[in-house]
Design a binder for this molecule. Structure first.
Ligand SMILES: [Zn+2]
Ligand SMILES: [Zn+2]
Length: 295
């Protein structure tokens, strides 16, 4: 598999939140109020993911906002975000995380572990589970409530072992903690349809953010033909390349100036590189990983 940057493909970028609760479970807004909030603020799509309650694609949609099928499944020691299923996955499968992942796949969905840091679900517990699409690298409500929203160290531990997982930033909106509008994904797709958004999520053609925009991400080669990862973004105080253990690098001007691009070479010890761009307000954008074996 050769890695393809979404920035090198035809299409457009669409903003969405993939983890939202409503009064269908433990959220304080109705589905109609949820859709209106995001639609009024320039979001393109929303997944309503109530606990154990399935919301179909197109349900509650408005001319301003596409809705993606979703549900959050709550098993012992883990929560699983199921995006794009054709129906409610078999709830009897939740007793075990692998069974739950497979139940989501059986109805055509994308399974992501939700807020693993908050759940106390360790990388060692996640590593053996097969066919999971990814995890939430950032969950706004877990950050607000308990300071446990950032699961990036868990993500790195799994990526360093070669486990292929994509990373989502989400609000996990419950409408009472100030978490709304903080974590989102930018998805690159040929057009704004449920099918195209799901295909782009599956392919990893997205990045996650609390604010900074990523404007390019691509593999470049130096004069000797050695590959490096190049990123450009909205003005940020640091750009950090993460690879296995300490084989990445944080790049920041010593004089405190902002930067909007950086490049870092691939090395075999890294296994992968992913990038975080942090702005002067402390907000972060996260790329998905690029694995060296895909170059
Ligand atoms: Zn949850
Ligand atoms: Zn949730």
């Amino acid at each position: 598999m050769t890695w393809k940057s979404p920035f090198e493909l035809a299409g457009s970028w669409y903003k969405g939140n993939l983890h939202t609760h409503t009064r269908q479970s433990d959220g304080d807004a109705t589905p109609e109020e949820a859709v209106a909030w995001y639609g009024d603020r320039g979001y393109d799509f929303l997944a309503i993911t109530d606990h154990q309650v399935y919301t179909a694609g197109g349900a509650f949609a408005t001319p301003d906002l596409l809705t993606i099928p979703g549900v959050e499944l709550n098993g012992p020691g883990y929560h699983l975000l199921a995006i794009g299923t054709s129906d409610l996955p078999d709830l009897a499968a939740q007793a075990d995380a692998q069974g739950c992942v497979d139940a989501v796949l059986a109805v055509g969905g994308l399974p992501f572990f939700a807020h693993p840091y908050w759940c106390g679900q360790t990388p060692e517990q996640i590593a053996p589970i097969k066919r999971v699409t990814g995890l939430e690298v950032y969950n706004s409500v877990c950050e607000r409530m308990d300071g446990l929203g950032n699961s990036s160290a868990y993500w790195d531990a799994l990526l360093a072992e070669g486990k292929r997982m994509l990373g989502l930033a989400v609000d996990d909106t419950h409408w009472r903690h100030g978490e709304v509008g903080v974590g989102f994904v930018m998805v690159h797709a040929p057009s704004l349809t449920v099918e195209h958004i799901l295909a782009a999520l599956r392919a990893g053609h997205f990045y996650s953010s609390n604010g900074p925009r990523i404007q390019d991400l691509r593999v470049v080669h130096d004069g000797d033909g050695k590959p490096a990862l190049h990123i450009s973004c909205s003005p940020c105080e640091s750009i950090t390349f993460y690879g296995s253990a300490s084989y990445g690098r944080r790049i920041y001007p010593l004089d405190g100036a902002l930067l909007d691009a950086a490049t870092w070479p691939f090395r075999p010890e890294q296994v992968y590189l992913r990038v975080e761009c942090r702005d002067a307000q402390g907000r972060v954008a996260w790329t998905n990983p690029v694995f060296l074996e895909d170059l």
